[in-house]
Ligand binder design. Sequence first.
Ligand code: NDP
Length: 293
Amino acid sequence: MKSDPGSRRRLCVIGDPISHSLSPVLQSFLIEHFDLPFTYEAVRVVPNELPAFVEKLRAGEFAGASVTLPHKQAVMPLLEECSPTARHIGAVNTIVPEGGLLHGHNTDAAGFLRAAQAAQIDFKNQKVLLLGAGGAAKAVLHVLREQGAGAIHICNRDLARAEKWLAAGAQESQKELHLVEWEKREQWLQAGPVNVIINATSAGMPPQREISPLPAAALRKDLAVIDLIYNPPETLLLQEAKKAGARVLNGLPMLIHQGVAAMELWSGQKLDIGGIHAEIEKELLAAYRARTI
Ligand code: NDP
């Protein structure tokens, strides 16, 4: 028997802008499929409205919220508690209210790990080139370290930003963590043996769709190339990596798994999407195409 629509509690995603977000499509699919007692909507919250929105959440107007740009860091001091993973990454993408207290989580890391595992990409002892130094790169680095990756090479266009990031984590072991200069990345790749390349930059997504963060000549068939971008589903980087014969993975599975992990936190139940992953991807791609016509 289906749950009573009248007793459903509201969930939302907040951000600015927010109309492009695919989260409502994904979460509404999960709500429907697993018959969860929620509704899910997109709410535009501009930066100066963030404290007022958090108060509404605390007062019980919503059963939980996803958080996207530009609020992922700004929301942290407004919450009672943040999970160790969220604190380590320095960003919250999911808020769970419990007894009037707000708990911040980051499911990007779990989403990235589950997506890699589903694609049978194992990071243990692998030599990795991680492109980017923004929020997504931090979630990826968290996973790489947790999974026991071998040497991790970080390469960001703005070298000072990457240096600052690594210096901020100086209390942790810096063993096997290296910086590669952006201008020297092609030359470095030709000489430096890596098994996995991860693009956590926005080079390749609109308005930078025609840009690849790596020249085609740097790609080889013995690589696994992961692009966190899901819009477009096949970036120039992935097209070229495929042509070179590399294994490729786009950002859609990560998007799906981070959303599932968030829904598991709100609903308190494990959601097995093994049998419906392809259907969810299809739904998201259709929504994405409808928006880009
Ligand atoms: P940020 O804005 O925090 O960081 C952007 C990063 O992209 C920076 O490292 C920036 O470098 C780099 N960059 C931007 N343009 C270029 C360019 N032309 N050449 C080289 N580097 C460039 O963004 P996020 O970390 O939040 O997101 C990064 C990407 O990951 C986005 O494409 C986003 O869609 C994707 N993502 C996907 C998720 C998923 O579920 N699949 C989840 C989260 C993010 P610099 O410091 O030099 O400016």
